[in-house]
Design a protein around this ligand. Structure first.
Ligand code: C2E
Ligand code: CA
Ligand code: CA
Ligand code: CA
Length: 278
């Protein structure tokens, strides 16, 4: 709210840049949103387009702002990352995901994986492993059902630390996925030196796949390479039947996109699953 940002701003000099003010404003609101329990996770299915089986879900954060309505992550994750608030938010996401997996298992939904997004700053943070261990002790969830999505850019920070972190996560039983594969820093280095379980092909390679032979070629190359290296591939952002058919023809199996479902809140996702199985 207005008052809060003014009280924070007044500590600083009046020549403070507008941008800084915005960041403080956002930080204050983010913190308040966290305290007021305004965040929620939406879940988007990942479907095997050959068997029709639902293999898993990706958890995607939403901020239900009391005045502004639902705010998408693109509008606040960057701020959260730069202010450090990504830590409490990321821990909230992890715990929420554990609770959801436990609740699904009670409802008999036991074979699905759940993927979560962890920001580079949180991924390399010393608190990540202790927090995950605590959740493993608290919730009846197999770590193998949990997939941790990171972007290629984590290795830009500290290459060796990122490598070590992936090994530690594997030792705990978690799987690790590279999100937006091919769009960031040194994609091939990841395949060569990092023990990753999955790559997610970014929507930007799918968008024009019907008209741009290069896009189809890139996707096919990633799929073939991943298969050779025994790495699972998830294709993101599939919206149309035509895209799906092209992807199927080059060997893609796991599909995540509006074609099957948009991200849905808990409750609706169980309905969606139920409607598919009857
Ligand atoms: P992402 O991890 O690459 O997630 C995929 C994004 O693509 C999601 O946007 C999803 O709703 C959208 N999407 C999926 N299928 C389709 C499709 O067929 N068409 C189109 N147009 N879009 C599709 P969303 O939920 O707005 O999330 C945006 C980004 O915010 C995510 O990209 C991720 O980088 C970040 N994010 C989301 N949740 C979290 C979180 O809990 N923690 C962190 N650190 N980042 C998150
Ligand atoms: Ca993701
Ligand atoms: Ca992605
Ligand atoms: Ca993305």
């Amino acid at each position: 709210k207005k008052m809060g940002s003014q009280s924070i701003s007044s500590i600083f000099n009046p020549f403070m840049k507008e941008q800084t003010k915005d960041i403080l404003h956002t930080e204050f609101n983010l913190r308040k949103g966290l305290d007021m329990n305004e965040f929620s996770l939406y879940y988007q299915p990942q479907v095997n387009c050959v068997s029709g089986e639902v293999e898993g879900f990706e958890a995607l954060i939403r901020w239900r702002h009391p005045e502004k309505g639902i705010i998408p992550p693109i509008e606040f994750i960057q701020h959260a990352e730069s202010t450090g608030l990504i830590l409490p938010i990321g821990e909230w996401v992890i715990e929420q995901a554990f609770q959801q997996l436990e609740s699904w298992s009670i409802q008999g939904i036991t074979t699905c994986t759940l993927s979560i997004n962890i920001s580079p700053r949180h991924f390399l943070h010393e608190k990540l492993l202790p927090f995950l261990k605590k959740c493993l002790r608290t919730y009846q969830v197999a770590p193998q059902q949990f997939i941790i999505e990171i972007t290629e850019n984590v290795a830009m920070g500290d290459y060796l630390a990122a490598q070590k972190r992936i090994t530690d996560l594997h030792e705990l039983g978690f799987k690790v996925s590279i999100d937006d594969f091919g769009t960031g820093f040194s994609a091939f280095i990841y395949l060569q030196h990092f023990a990753i379980d999955e790559v997610k092909i970014d929507r930007q390679f799918i968008l024009d796949i019907e008209s741009n032979r290069k896009s189809l070629g890139i996707v096919k190359t990633i799929v073939d390479l991943a298969s050779l290296l025994n790495i699972k591939v998830v294709v993101e952002g599939v919206e149309t039947e035509a895209q799906l058919q092209l992807l199927q023809a080059i060997g893609c199996k796991t599909i995540q996109g509006y074609y099957y479902a948009r991200p849905l809140p808990t409750g609706e996702i169980e309905q969606w699953l139920h409607a598919r199985s009857v």
